[in-house]
Design a protein. Structure first.
Length: 284
C-alpha cells in the first residue's frame, strides 16, 4: 500500500459509522431557533451618557484614587485599619467566605452520603438529590436577603454562603463517593476489619483529598460571593462599594477595587496550586 493511502478495512469501518444527519440537523435547528428567540428579547437604545461618564470616572480614579484633591481617600480608606477602611472590610469578607465554606462543607458530607447510590440505594439517593437540587435552585443573593431578616451583618453572609454552598459541594462529593474503589473495602472485609476500621482505612483515604479540593474550590468562589452579599447588607466590602457607587464617590470605589482584585487573584493562584497538589496525591 502506498504511503498516505487509506486501507480498505479502514474505509469499510468509516462507512459503517452512523451519520446521525437528522439528529445533528435537529440539534442545530433548535440552537438556531433559541438564539433568534433570545436575540429578539434584547433591545439596544443607545449608550447612556451618564452611565458612560460613571464608567470613565471609575477607570480614571482606579489609576489614582486621589484624583479629586477635595476628597482624598487613600490615607483614610486604604492605608487605615479602621472598621470602615478597605483592609478591615476585605479581612471581614474573607472570613465570611471561609467560615461559610467550612460550615457548608461539613454539612454537605451527610447530604452527599445520603445522595450516593452505592450508599443508600436508588430511593435514598433520589431523596438526597432532590434536597440538593432544591437548595441549588435558590440563588445565593436570595439566601442573603432571607438571612438578613434573621440576623443582619456578617452573620447573614456566613449563613447565606453556608446554605448556598451545600448544593454545589454535595453534588461534587457525591461523584467522589460513587467512585470509591470497593476492592479496598472487600480486602479489609476479608481480613476481618471492623466497620470503623473500614471507614478509617478504606473510605476516608479515598475521599479526604477530593473533599478538601472541592471545599477549597468553593472557598475561591465564595470570596466573590461574599463581596456580592455585602451589597445587600450581609457584611464585607460589598456594602461600601455599592454605597460609594450610588453617591458617585469614585475614589472610594477605586480603593475598594484595589482591595478586591489583588485578593481574588491571590486566592485563585494559591487555590489552583493547592488543589493540584491534593488531586495529584489522590491520583498517585
Amino acid at each position: 500500500m502506498e504511503r498516505g493511502q487509506v486501507s480498505p478495512d479502514v474505509l469499510r469501518t468509516l462507512n459503517k459509522e452512523p451519520s446521525n444527519v437528522f439528529k445533528k440537523t435537529f440539534a442545530i435547528a433548535i440552537i438556531a431557533a433559541l438564539s433568534i428567540w433570545s436575540i429578539s428579547a434584547i433591545t439596544f437604545e443607545g449608550i447612556n451618557d451618564a452611565g458612560l461618564k460613571a464608567v470613565l470616572n471609575v477607570v480614571k480614579f482606579f489609576f489614582w484614587p486621589d484624583s479629586n484633591p477635595e476628597k482624598p481617600v487613600l490615607l483614610k480608606y486604604f492605608l487605615s485599619f479602621e472598621r470602615y477602611a478597605v483592609p478591615y472590610l476585605m479581612y471581614e469578607t474573607i472570613m465570611i467566605a471561609f467560615v461559610g465554606t467550612l460550615i457548608g462543607a461539613i454539612i454537605s458530607i451527610p447530604f452527599a452520603f445520603l445522595s450516593s447510590k452505592n450508599i443508600t440505594g436508588k430511593f435514598g439517593s433520589f431523596v438526597g438529590s432532590l434536597i440538593i437540587t432544591l437548595i441549588r435552585t435558590v440563588p445565593i443573593f436570595i439566601w442573603g436577603l432571607i438571612f438578613i431578616r434573621v440576623k443582619g451583618g456578617a452573620m447573614a453572609g456566613v449563613l447565606a454562603i453556608s446554605v448556598a454552598s451545600i448544593g454545589m459541594i454535595s453534588k461534587l462529593y457525591v461523584e467522589v463517593i460513587e467512585d470509591i474503589d470497593t476492592g479496598i473495602l472487600e480486602a479489609l472485609d476479608s481480613i476481618g476489619a471492623t466497620t470503623l476500621q473500614k471507614i478509617r482505612f478504606g473510605i476516608l483515604p479515598q475521599l479526604t483529598a477530593s473533599f478538601l479540593s472541592t471545599a477549597i474550590y468553593r472557598f475561591e468562589i465564595n470570596v466573590k460571593n461574599a463581596t456580592i452579599l455585602g451589597m445587600v447588607g450581609a457584611g464585607g466590602i460589598g456594602f461600601t462599594l455599592i454605597d460609594a457607587l450610588g453617591s458617585f464617590n469614585f475614589g472610594v470605589v477605586a480603593v475598594c477595587l484595589w482591595g478586591i482584585i489583588p485578593v481574588v487573584l491571590l486566592i485563585e493562584f494559591f487555590s489552583t496550586r493547592i488543589r493540584a497538589r491534593l488531586t495529584g496525591s489522590a491520583e498517585s
